[in-house]
Design a protein around this ligand. Structure first.
Ligand SMILES: [Zn+2]
Length: 300
């Protein structure tokens, strides 16, 4: 979910009914081909790891640019709820990514809607990160997100230490973006996204539940092993091909969730539901994967 024109105008104090804008109608033009394209791109993303390493920086940038259109157009709360309804999804984790997606925007949009679960991401430009995190939790945030690749910061960074200390005190789960994607300047240092960097945190804060979003993307074995070795580490299955999700469901059935940091909106939820539905036959496992593990981690 991204701040659209409605939010921008509201912040500028302009009262304008954007529902009447022709943009709302324009959204539907070319929707089907856009969705189909995005679904193809989602499948392609899961298989990029088979390409030569040298090609990845170029291919990943081209891929991100090719899919951003549909996500940018279908970005509102209404779009998200519509996608959830179409795909049988009861609740969504909705994560801030300041300054592009401000924490205040996410908290406001999720307020009074028990289907949307807000998660905050505190930038290192904030003076009192501990206090800011406490305030956001008071306003309804259920978890903290850390995106070291986007921040370009190392795991030893003092900003992260302060946030983890506060999360530990508040018994707040922490979602970490994992996976190296070469989309600079959006991600300042792609390598900082590798799950291996966060192992010291799992040891230092055994009472924090950590979620490795995207299962470390091109290197899922590392994420699966961390889930096996640390009782406080979980993951979601986004960006993974069917065969990896299948393997993870067998090895770490109580540690893997459908999604936290993705599948966003557009046609991405449909893509992932189709992929996981083909694997989940056992009803008890389905309950665990789609619902119970997330309920436990995020105390829903
Ligand atoms: Zn992510």
């Amino acid at each position: 979910m991204y701040p659209g024109l409605d939010y921008g105008l509201q912040k500028l104090g302009i009262d304008f009914d954007t529902q009447k804008l022709p943009f709302k109608k324009l959204k539907s033009i070319g929707l089907k081909p856009r969705q189909k394209w995005n679904m193809m791109m989602q499948d392609a993303a899961s298989n990029m790891r088979k390409l030569p390493q040298k090609a990845l920086p170029f291919v990943e940038k081209a891929h991100a640019l090719s899919t951003i259109g549909n996500v940018a157009i279908c970005c509102s709360k209404e779009d998200l709820i519509k996608s959830m309804d179409e795909n049988g999804i009861d609740k969504s984790i909705v994560i801030a990514h300041p300054p592009l997606i401000p924490n205040e925007f996410i908290l406001e949009e999720c307020n009074n809607n028990d289907r949307l679960i807000p998660v905050v991401n505190i930038p290192n430009t904030v003076n009192e990160p501990k206090k800011v995190l406490r305030d956001y939790v008071d306003q309804g945030a259920v978890a903290l997100k850390i995106h070291a690749a986007a921040d370009g910061k190392q795991n030893k960074d003092n900003h992260y230490r302060l946030l983890l200390e506060q999360a530990n005190e508040l018994k707040l789960p922490v979602i970490i973006h994992t996976g190296c994607i070469h989309i600079q300047p959006a991600y300042k240092d792609p390598d900082m996204g590798h799950a291996k960097h966060f192992e010291p945190w799992f040891q230092e804060y055994p009472n924090i539940k950590f979620v490795l979003a995207h299962m470390n993307y091109h290197y899922p074995e590392t994420a699966i092993e961390f889930c096996e070795n640390y009782s406080n580490v979980y993951c979601d299955c986004s960006w993974q091909p069917a065969e990896i999700i299948d393997e993870a469901l067998k090895r770490i059935p109580k540690k893997i969730m459908f999604g936290t940091d993705w599948p966003l909106i557009g046609s991405n939820q449909t893509t992932m539901v189709k992929r996981t539905e083909s694997l989940l036959i056992d009803e008890a496992l389905k309950e665990q994967f789609y619902k119970q593990t997330a309920q436990k981690v995020f105390k829903l």
